[in-house]
Write a protein that binds this ligand. Structure first.
Ligand code: COA
Length: 165
């Protein structure tokens, strides 16, 4: 098995889109509710690299994309510029094999080279795997937004996990 983690490229977008659309349509882990088109995912991708701390990494196993991890601006307003939201998605077949942790570890390493101070993961409850992943990376729970999302005809709460660099 050959594993590679690198910056996402335009040619990865079709695979990223497939993977992400699965989680949009099958889960509340993301609060997007409608499948993304390739053009929408391209607009999303084009924002990476505009600031040093907006980064998108992909993981390939035997040259096949199996996951991605990204950091994006936490909120739009300027003073949030040293805070990012991180997110990570691994395709269903490859979950629980350590890839999520490897991707996030690499993303955190890259963010340590920037002026980033705080990383936030917004985790829909329940999602024990994601909670375990973030705890094992030293993120701490700092808050909770109750019933903040409405998807699949029900309300979902979100746990806020924070990592200080
Ligand atoms: C959450 C996710 C990114 C984790 O990545 P992964 O590759 O499956 O997880 P890893 O194998 O790297 O394991 C990470 C930690 O979670 C734990 N874990 C893995 N699978 C688990 C499971 N099924 N149940 C509970 N904990 C689990 C591992 O023990 C590990 O903890 P440790 O380092 O203390 O041993 C991945 O499962 C996924 O894409 N899930 C769906 C999308 C999602 O929830 N994304 C996160 C949105 S906030």
């Amino acid at each position: 098995m050959k594993m590679e983690i690198r910056l996402a490229k335009k040619s990865d977008l079709e695979e990223i889109n497939k993977l992400y659309n699965y989680y949009i349509t099958h889960t509340a882990f993301t609060f997007d509710t409608k499948k993304k088109t390739l053009s929408e995912i391209t607009d999303w991708y084009n924002k990476f690299g505009k600031t040093k701390n907006s980064i998108c990494l992909v993981a390939n196993v035997d040259n096949k994309l199996i996951g991605f991890a990204c950091s994006t601006s936490f909120r739009k307003k300027e003073a949030y510029k040293r805070s990012v939201e991180t997110s990570v998605y691994i395709n269903v077949k490859n979950r629980g094999k350590g890839f999520g942790k490897k991707l996030m570890t690499e993303l955190i390493k890259k963010l340590q080279l920037t002026e980033t101070k705080s990383l936030y993961a917004l985790i829909t409850y329940p999602n024990q795997t994601s909670i375990n992943l973030h705890k094992s990376l030293n993120y701490k729970k700092v808050g909770q937004l109750n019933d903040v999302g409405f998807k699949f005809n029900k309300y979902w709460s979100v746990y806020i996990y924070e990592l200080k660099l």
